[in-house]
Design a protein around this ligand. Structure first.
Ligand code: PXP
Length: 255
């Protein structure tokens, strides 16, 4: 099986929540993404419910043909919700109410017990668990120790640098972050974990990362979770085509 594309449709819900309208439909968005070749639908049910709502996740669970990946904070409320709903994957993410988007990876060291017990509870329900972490060896090793099936490396800094968004520091930072991502990904692979990547990817900056290989010569990252850039592209070409374009970018760089 080739590299998987998880399409994050949070920002379709953002458009709906902006006006409190009954549209756009999350289920319709997910179906368009499936038609465009999404291997998975990813949503983040945030504590403040700023975009995705509980019912959206239930509706997706009832209708999706592809896998459902639920991003959520490590809280008793969310662990209860996921245990009941049983998505295919849960991705544990840090969450601050006032942040614009998920800033930084999960602080596992500070909350070893909480993260470990969330992983154990979810796994008992048959849910696969991934930890969204900074691309550091320590965070990879901690995730492994706590029993996570996968790590999703936070590529936000790399992606911003690649977009030139860090000013004069961008080029140097891009190189540094690229090496961090590669090293952390290789460590996770060596530990036998599934290796995912996400945050900040667009149709340009994803290319170099897709070219990374593991020691077997196959793609280092098995899965990408990409949202904002795809929903933005959909404004011009429609969601199905926007997903298909990203899908072919991932496949096109497989060899
Ligand atoms: N992966 C995780 C864990 C995230 O929190 C997000 C943002 O919700 C994404 C992937 C997708 O990031 P983007 O919208 O920048 O593609």
């Amino acid at each position: 099986m080739g590299t998987r594309l998880g399409v994050n449709i949070d920002h379709v819900a953002t458009l709906r929540q902006l006006r409190g309208t009954p549209y756009p439909s999350i289920v319709e968005a997910a179906l368009s993404a499936e038609l465009g070749g999404a291997d998975q639908i990813t949503v983040h049910l945030r504590e403040d419910r700023r975009h995705i709502q509980d019912q959206d996740v239930r509706d997706l669970k009832a209708t999706l043909k592809v896998a459902l990946n639920l991003e959520m904070a490590v809280t008793p409320e969310m662990v209860r919700f996921a245990s009941k709903l049983r998505p295919d994957w849960v991705c544990l993410v840090p969450e601050k109410r006032r942040e614009l988007t998920t800033e930084g990876g999960l602080a596992i060291e500070k909350n070893r017990k909480g993260v470990g017990s969330a992983i154990a509870t979810l796994k008992k329900k048959g849910i696969q668990v991934s930890c969204f972490i900074e691309p550091s060896l320590e965070a990879v090793e901690l995730s492994h120790q706590l029993g996570a099936d996968a790590v999703e490396l936070h590529t936000g800094q790399y992606c911003l640098a690649a977009q030139g968004a860090l000013g004069a520091r961008s080029a140097a930072r891009r190189e540094k972050e690229f090496v961090r991502i590669q090293k952390a990904g290789l460590r996770a692979h060596a530990l036998g974990m599934h290796v995912h990547a996400g945050h900040g990817f667009d149709y340009e900056n994803v290319k170099e990362v897709v070219g990374l290989k593991n020691p077997h010569g196959t793609p280092l990252f098995e899965e990408y979770n990409i949202g904002h850039a795809i929903v933005c592209r959909a404004v011009f070409v429609g969601l199905e085509k926007a997903v298909a374009e990203m899908r072919s970018l991932l496949s096109g760089y497989l060899n």
